[in-house]
Ligand binder design. Structure first.
Ligand SMILES: CC(C)(COP(=O)(O)OP(=O)(O)OC[C@H]1O[C@@H](n2cnc3c(N)ncnc32)[C@H](O)[C@@H]1OP(=O)(O)O)[C@@H](O)C(=O)NCCC(=O)NCCS
Length: 177
């Protein structure tokens, strides 16, 4: 982790939507995250829907200088079975690889397990996204499987890795690192 690069989380508000929309429309981020680049209108509608959805949690990642540097989201929260899907992104390339992602993921896992009472968090990541995979492994996720599939119509197939972490696994991982 780089000195001084500390991340905290806070709930996203309507004032953050344009920042998140800008990242949603970024082709490199879309490629890394394995989705089709969204139009600003699609992105705005999606963000508003997620922020109002009781089965989702949308947090901003606040980095150096109190700047919003990324977002981290739990979706598909299944309250009875205690599971949810995680996605995370640091929007500006200059902030990649400095430990902000790991801090954000650990804090969101703490929120998921210790505040929301969930027991299992999973995610999907493209196999060629090595920075993301390393970040997730260091936060306690383990690989459960992989599938090769078309993510965006008209583009080549890509291998998608499924990773999971359970609440009982995370405490020791977080404390140990
Ligand atoms: C994925 C992401 C959230 C990770 O956050 P981050 O702050 O960049 O990552 P961190 O610095 O916390 O951890 C990354 C680790 O991978 C290492 N790393 C950096 N670049 C790497 C590369 N090209 N290959 C392998 N490892 C790499 C870092 O050194 C670090 O390991 P370390 O702690 O042992 O030094 C961020 O890079 C991002 O938002 N990327 C674009 C969007 C994206 O890919 N989202 C994930 C979709 S599943």
């Amino acid at each position: 982790m780089c000195d001084g690069y500390t991340a905290t989380l806070r709930p996203a508000t309507d004032d953050d939507i344009e920042t998140l929309v800008k990242w949603d429309c970024d082709p490199e981020l879309a490629w890394l995250m394995g989705y089709e680049r969204r139009s600003p209108e699609e992105s705005r509608a999606r963000m508003s829907r997620l922020m109002g959805d009781r089965n989702s949690v949308v947090m901003c990642i606040v980095g150096p200088g109190e700047q919003v540097v990324g977002d981290i989201v739990l979706t598909e929260i299944a309250w009875r079975s205690g599971q949810a899907e995680l996605t995370v992104r640091i929007g500006d390339r200059g902030n990649w690889g400095k430990g902000l992602g790991q801090q954000a993921v650990r804090q969101m896992l703490d929120h998921a397990f210790n505040r929301l009472g969930l027991s299992r968090v999973y995610l999907r990541v493209c196999a060629d996204n090595l920075r993301a995979i390393k970040c997730y492994l260091k936060c306690g996720f383990r690989r459960e499987g992989a599938i090769k599939r078309t993510l965006v119509e008209g583009q080549e197939m890509r291998t998608v890795v499924l990773m999971t972490v359970e609440s009982c696994e995370v405490e020791s991982t977080v404390i140990a690192s």
